[in-house]
Design a protein around this ligand. Sequence first.
Ligand SMILES: Cc1ncc(C[n+]2csc(CCOP(=O)(O)OP(=O)(O)O)c2C)c(N)n1
Length: 125
Amino acid sequence: MNIQELQTVVRNRIPLEIIVINNNCLGMIRQFQDSYFEGRYQSTYWGYMAPNFAAIAFAYGMAAKTISATEEIDEGTSWLWEKNDEPVLLQVMVSAHMSVYPKIAYGRPISEMEPFAVPISIESS
Ligand SMILES: Cc1ncc(C[n+]2csc(CCOP(=O)(O)OP(=O)(O)O)c2C)c(N)n1
């Protein structure tokens, strides 16, 4: 949601190593739709597609690479760590149906995230 900051990174030659996990959707909300709206993926997966973030980085003048298989992880991370003096971006393609845990559950305190954990005593006092 702040993609233009790549311009600041490039202009100032900040040697960041950026990893973008690209699930091709608005994943946190899609997961919420799975949990509470019976998989009705309105505007997260249905009617939405993420851009190619490696192409965006390239357009800003950054070196960028995409990997999309588990076997490519070593190659991708080696490429990333080799470039120490310039900003680089590695895009990692994952399934649109991958979920993230732990996650805050609707109506629950932060101490009881999904999958539900028993709060430690000091939190529940
Ligand atoms: C400015 C703003 N608008 C809307 C939201 C609500 N929101 C929370 S997560 C999310 C989806 C984010 O999708 P993405 O950036 O692709 O990350 P992912 O969850 O797939 O890792 C949205 C729209 C927000 N947090 N901030």
